[in-house]
Each structure stands twice: as C-alpha cells, then as structure tokens.
Write a protein that binds this ligand. Structure first.
Ligand SMILES: Nc1ncnc2c1ncn2[C@@H]1O[C@H](COP(=O)(O)OP(=O)(O)OP(=O)(O)O)[C@@H](O)[C@H]1O
Ligand SMILES: [Mg+2]
Length: 266
C-alpha cells in the first residue's frame, strides 16, 4: 500500500531555554514526518523536550531554528489547525460538561443549536450521555479525561496533539479510553500525534513510534508498527507485540532482563 501523503514535516527544529545558569539546550535538530491519518507516538526520557515540540507545533512558543511544513507549505506554526490536549488539561470547574465541551465552538462562533447537537453526539460516543449538566468535580478522573478529549476532537482539527492524555489514570480506565480514542480517530479520520511514557500504549495504538534521545533531543529512531489489530487490547496479544515492546525498551535503555544478583565469595 502506498504511504499516505505527508501532512506535517518537522524540520531541523532547535530550541534552548535561558535559565539562571547556562542555557538549557532542549531540541537539537528534530526531524520527523506525520502522514495524513497517521497515528504516531513520541516516546523519550522525561524532560527531553516532548512537550516543547508540541508547544512549538501549536504555536505557543517559537523555535530558535528550523521550520514546519504543513501540507506542502512552510508555516510558522499550526496555530488554529491543531487540537492540543495538554499534559495537564484542566476543565473549567465553573462550567458544566456541556459548557466545557462547547467552549471552543462558542469562541469560533458556531451556531448554538448546531454546536449543542455536535457536542451531544460526541458525549454519546464517549459514553457520557446524561452527564451534560454535571460539573467536573463530580466526575471521575477517566470521565474528566474523556471530556477534555471531546473538547479537543469536537473542533475537528487537522491534527490532534495529545500529551500523555491517560497517564494519570488506572490501567483499566486507560485500556478503555485507548479503545475509545482509537475508534474515534478512525471514525472521524483524524491524524494523531501522541506523547506517552507508556511503551505498551505506544505499540498498541500507533502506526509509527518516534523515539527521542535524552536532552538535547534528537530523533533516535522511528519504528513502523505493523500490527493490523484495531483494538488496543487485541493488539497487545498480537504475536509481534512483545518484539516491538522489547525493541523500544532497548532504545530507551530500559532493562528487560532482571539482573542476576551478584554472588559474593564467602
Ligand atoms: N518555558 C520554559 N522555560 C524554561 N525551561 C523550560 C520551559 N519549558 C520547558 N523547559 C525545560 O525544557 C526541558 C524539556 O521540557 P519538556 O516539558 O519539553 O519535557 P518533556 O519531554 O515533555 O518531559 P516529561 O516527559 O517529564 O513531560 C526541561 O528541562 C524543562 O525544564
Ligand atoms: Mg511533557
């Protein structure tokens, strides 16, 4: 099958932050491509610059050098084209579930009735029908994450940037939401870039995994994940799953074999 056209190219992006001491070099010439309707996960050590590259793509900060090419055109950022679910995505406590979901559509000036219809459709698809008038504090963590995800999806962005959307959740809820996400992006034909610390989540969900080195980050490798299973749970029992998992652990220098305790001479 021919590869889908490239939607976004990240080209030679550099970024350093000024600190109290010497500046911190965070991104050191980052290069990768995202194809139309891709599902790419980015993994790398904590603090290597994953959120920073998302902030640059979303136009919240500027790179020091390098550029972004979106659908063949060089652009300063993808501001207005991305749906960005930030690492700590907070819902507004004074707005109901429906109010939170409608926020972006209101700002865009979408007709109220059409916006509410669209919101209800999404809430239904994510198992939140009946919670329209609930306030965030009365929801479980998994429900709040679903609301935040809907708020991102409902804007119908060209690309979804999801920064560790499930990391604070228990394993069972995470498995469930991975399935909901996968189904939603296939239904709505979305392109997703996901940052995760969870290698198993990256393998189960993605078509490709980009591995970043420690700071200053560069792309260490890009792995194609050739698992045809659509459901993230079924993907975990695919015979290739363990191989990918082990390879990626190796890339991140995570030991997969327990070390034998050293024997001391007596
Ligand atoms: N606005 C900023 N000002 C100064 N330093 C920053 C800023 N944003 C990020 N940094 C620094 O850049 C580095 C990378 O941060 P970033 O948040 O991108 O890492 P990350 O890979 O997302 O980490 P994690 O996996 O823990 O979320 C860190 O050393 C951080 O302290
Ligand atoms: Mg981060």
């Amino acid at each position: 099958m021919a590869a889908a056209p490239i939607q976004l190219s990240v080209r030679n992006i550099h970024k350093a932050f000024a600190g109290k001491g010497p500046e911190v070099r965070v991104l050191d010439g980052l290069n990768f491509d995202i194809h139309e309707q891709d599902f790419v996960s980015i993994i790398g050590p904590s603090g290597c610059g994953k959120t920073t590259i998302f902030n640059i793509i979303a136009g919240l900060i500027e790179p020091d050098a390098g550029n972004l090419v979106y659908r063949g055109e060089e652009v300063p950022s993808l501001r207005g084209q991305v749906g960005y679910m930030m690492q700590k995505d907070l819902l507004f406590p004074w707005r109901t579930v429906l109010g939170n979901v409608l926020l972006g559509l209101e700002m865009r000036g979408v007709d109220r009735r059409a916006a509410v219809d669209r919101a209800r459709e999404h809430l239904h698809a994510f198992g939140l029908a009946g919670f329209e008038n609930a306030y965030p504090k009365t929801l479980s963590g998994g429900m709040r994450q679903r609301v935040a995800l809907i708020r991102t999806l409902i804007m119908d962005p060209g690309i979804l940037l999801l920064d560790e959307p499930f990391s604070a959740l228990d394993y069972q809820t995470r498995l469930y939401l991975e399935g909901v996400l996968k189904q939603a992006v296939e239904t709505f034909n979305k392109t997703v870039v996901l940052v995760t610390h969870d290698i198993d989540e990256a393998v189960a969900l993605s078509k490709r995994v980009v591995v970043l080195s420690g700071r200053p980050a560069r792309v260490k490798t890009v792995h194609d994940i050739d698992i045809a299973e659509h459901s993230p749970i079924a993907a975990r029992s695919d015979h290739r799953f363990a191989g990918y998992f082990r390879t990626l652990c190796g890339e991140l220098d995570i030991q997969t074999e327990a070390k034998q305790p050293e024997t001391t001479a007596s």
